[in-house]
Design a protein around this ligand. Structure first.
Ligand SMILES: *[C@@H]1O[C@H](CO)[C@@H](O)[C@H](O)[C@H]1NC(C)=O
Ligand SMILES: *[C@@H]1O[C@H](CO)[C@@H](O)[C@H](O)[C@H]1NC(C)=O
Length: 473
């Protein structure tokens, strides 16, 4: 198992190195081989300057250039900037977080993509702004693999910005926080436009995200008109969207993916999320085992958590004293209700959307995404909804890439269809040619990954080590 994982990674790394070598090299003098990147918990760049609370959301508080990297090992020779920017906690308090901006050599003019990485973690050192740095310890392959998808947009010529939308305490789950983190990241990039060679005061933006990344993307879409209506957002791509956290809990509890649940409980209990009211409640019902689980979720990335709570139940009284009753506990129930996307008639996306979902998704319920798209269509949103009939949750991120890139292209051109349409694609064979020749290395790496996990993720259980990185194995 382990050696097959190493083989996959060796292939990845070889392919990725061929990608990087096609891009212009940075002067080697800029590369200090002796220093690893500093984790966010120890990096003063993440600490906002005194008085930042008085600045407007999206204000740039700090800036720097970094060397980005595939899996923390291979330098990716693309100009990369980071901005610390002001955003907002769920209760309206000013907070600050970081976005990482990748600028290709000849970017498409006046456009950028906001790429919401699925980092699925409530540990600050698993933030993409760290994970994407050269010399960062790589704790899991989920967010590292997301870098491949980001590369696909970059190699297509767009400037890509990847916000740490979970904010300064890494809160996985709270939709409003992640939506505001995403929209303020877009504002910060727009404010930085002259450094990026963008000339329009309001550059065109498309937001994309899958799975954990589509919590941020879906809520940003929903909050665009009320929170950041000045942004010139041309479209949204939200795949595998978790519209209702309660049904996600019911679906993944006691499965291969139960480990996402302690992460979400930790995330919703963070100070920037619902900590003030939720944390005392959670603390009062946790058993010592439950407390250890949350401590683990607060310090470890997604994959260690999946391995740590594999096929276990958060409804067990070994974990918390309320059993199934936890969902009816008034504070918990109120937080879950506030996080149902589509429930509020005031939060309606303005720009056209591509939504897509695996019919067999074993992590995020298909029915909730379908219901969300119907609710929004009824309220006038233009949505193209694609059902991938053959794939599982992970495989579908790969299968959908050509459709996602097509939609992004059309959204920037303003040529997406008006109104709503739905289609089902039964065949999930991924066609590398569909991406075009310049994306072939990314496509090949993705196909290799795909082959190992199986079309419907059926290979995953027997290949859990695939999710680990060489540093761990
Ligand atoms: C969310 O999902 C739960 C469990 O499936 C369901 O009982 C509840 O009604 C859903 N909430 C909304 C607002 O649809
Ligand atoms: C998933 O794929 C495996 C292997 O191809 C197959 O045996 C299994 O029946 C599939 N499961 C579903 C739910 O389609």
């Amino acid at each position: 198992m382990l050696s097959s994982s190493v083989n996959v990674l060796t292939t990845f790394v070889a392919l990725l190195s061929s990608i990087s070598s096609t891009v212009n090299a940075l002067p080697t003098a800029a590369v200090d081989l002796s220093k690893r990147a500093t984790p966010p918990s120890d990096d003063p760049f993440y600490v906002p300057p005194v008085g930042f609370e008085k600045t407007a959301p999206g204000t740039i508080l700090r800036e720097r250039q970094i060397i980005s990297s595939f899996f923390g090992i291979l330098p990716d020779f693309v100009e990369t900037h980071q901005l610390l920017y002001r955003t907002t906690a769920v209760n309206g308090t000013p907070i600050a977080t970081v976005t990482t901006i990748f600028k290709p050599d000849w970017p498409r003019p006046d456009q950028f993509i906001s790429f919401q990485t699925a980092y699925d973690s409530s540990a600050i050192n698993c933030s993409p702004s760290y994970n994407y740095q050269w010399g960062a310890w790589q704790d899991d392959l989920i967010s590292s693999a997301e870098f491949l998808f980001l590369q696909a947009y970059l190699l297509s010529g767009w400037i890509v910005a990847a916000p740490d939308y979970e904010g300064p305490d890494a809160a996985f789950g709270p939709g409003k926080l992640e939506g505001m983190g995403t929209l303020d990241g877009m504002r910060a990039v727009s404010n930085y436009r002259s450094k990026l060679g963008l000339s329009k005061a309001k550059p065109d933006i498309v937001g994309v995200g899958y799975s954990g990344g589509s919590i941020a993307t879906g809520w940003a879409a929903a909050m665009h008109s009320t929170y950041a209506s000045e942004l010139n957002i041309k479209g949204w791509v939200a795949g595998g969207i978790p519209a209702n956290l309660t049904s996600v809990i019911n679906l993944v509890d006691d499965t291969l993916f139960s480990g996402f649940l302690p992460i979400a409980i930790a995330g919703l209990s963070k100070p920037s999320a619902y900590g003030a009211k939720l944390k005392p409640v959670i603390d009062s019902v946790l058993t010592p085992k439950g407390k250890a689980l949350l401590d683990f979720a607060n310090t470890q990335c997604a994959v260690p958590n999946i391995l740590n709570f594999f096929e276990q139940s958060i409804f067990s009284t070994d974990v918390q004293t309320l059993g199934r009753g936890i969902l009816q506990e008034p504070t918990v129930a109120a937080v879950l209700a506030e996080n149902v996307l589509g429930a509020s008639p005031d939060l309606i996306p303005r720009a056209p959307m591509l939504m897509y979902h695996a019919a067999l998704d074993e992590i995020i319920p298909y029915a909730d995404a379908a219901k969300l798209s119907t609710q929004w269509c009824d309220r006038g949103v233009s949505i193209d909804f694609i059902t991938y009939g053959a794939g599982g949750h992970i495989g579908t991120e790969v299968t959908s890439l050509p459709d996602a890139i097509d939609f992004v292209e059309n959204a920037f051109d303003g040529t997406t269809k008006k109104g709503c349409s739905a289609q089902t694609k039964l065949d999930s064979i991924f066609d590398p040619i569909a991406l075009g020749a310049n994306l072939e290395p990314v496509a090949t790496a993705l196909i290799d990954f795909f082959a190992k996990i199986g079309r419907n993720d059926s290979g995953l259980k027997s290949n859990l080590a695939l999710l680990k990185t060489p540093a761990q194995s």
